[in-house]
Design a protein around this ligand. Sequence first.
Ligand code: GGG
Length: 367
Amino acid sequence: MREYKIAAIGGDGIGPEVLECGLRSLNAVAEYEGFEFSVERFPWGSDYYRAYGTMMPDDGLDTLREFDAIYFGAVGDPEIPDDVTLWGLRLVICQGFGLYANVRPAVMLPGLRSPLRSELSNKINWVVVRENSEGEYAGIGGRTHRGFTEEIAVDTSVFSRVGIERLQRFAFELALTRPEKHLTCVTKSNAQRFGMVLWDEIFAELTQKYSDIETDKVLVDAATARMVLNPGSLDVIVASNLHGDILSDLAAALAGSLGIAASGNLDPSGNNPSMFEPVHGSAPDIIGNGIANPIAAIWSGAMMCEHLGEAAGSSRLMAAIAKVAKENKVMTRDLGGDASTENVTDAIIAAVRGDDLDLEIFNQLGT
Ligand code: GGG
């Protein structure tokens, strides 16, 4: 039987709760499709930091390297500075493994409500491709004169030709697989005169090579307005680390909730394990209440299935999510319902196991 080794890192806050729901759903789909996940759980995160002074062991990357994929929950704890937790776990994995393509789909599922009017929200069918290894989150900078009036802090953005080109090429290739074949380059080259200008130049070079793709370019501030006012004009969106981080939260909110936003941090070379995680953070205000939305974690699991070559399993999981959303009976609070995390997971698993599941329900959305 086909078996995939998964490293599961629940991390902080609601991360472990939603990840367990994701694993239950993944096991259900694997059983249906005739493959298996062999899961090892790692207790890394803020509790680990409180016990050992580090978010993960020094040889953590070597440990993870042995796995086919990493399934991640969330990071962030009110008692520990956010830069310590984020850099100690999520970013160290993304940079350490060269997971340079952060893929974040946003699709308006039938049955869900958007803050936009339905004639606009029905057009939301986007993939944000976020640069995930350098840019504004390169981690280069410093502070000096701490506590003095002259104190300064510097964060340096790094934009390399290699880093930009590989990411944008990935976005072009992704756009080629979609019906619209449209790629929007998000930039800020009017204000950021060096890195973003290189970003634009490389985009223009690649545009010449991908003549089947319709392209355009938009400043990040204008992109926010366009997402709200003209969502149908967007398809695949390629953006820097910071811009992609921000725009994908907006995309999720417009598509109904951050609680459904999934992501994959990919090493397209396949040399290292890619990592799949909900876009939402640790939500410490609702830990243990049983009300966190598991859909983002389950959708991320579907992305992991697809990455591992289990396309049928991925489609089944997505169809089950879409069915439960469309019925709109078992939804968590963020989507206007009163169901628990477990209720939603159970409904999705029941749909996965159903022989009458409409496998086209998600594909028909034009994804
Ligand atoms: N599961 C996503 C998560 O924990 N995100 C925390 C966060 O702030 N991430 C910033 C980033 O995506 O770089």
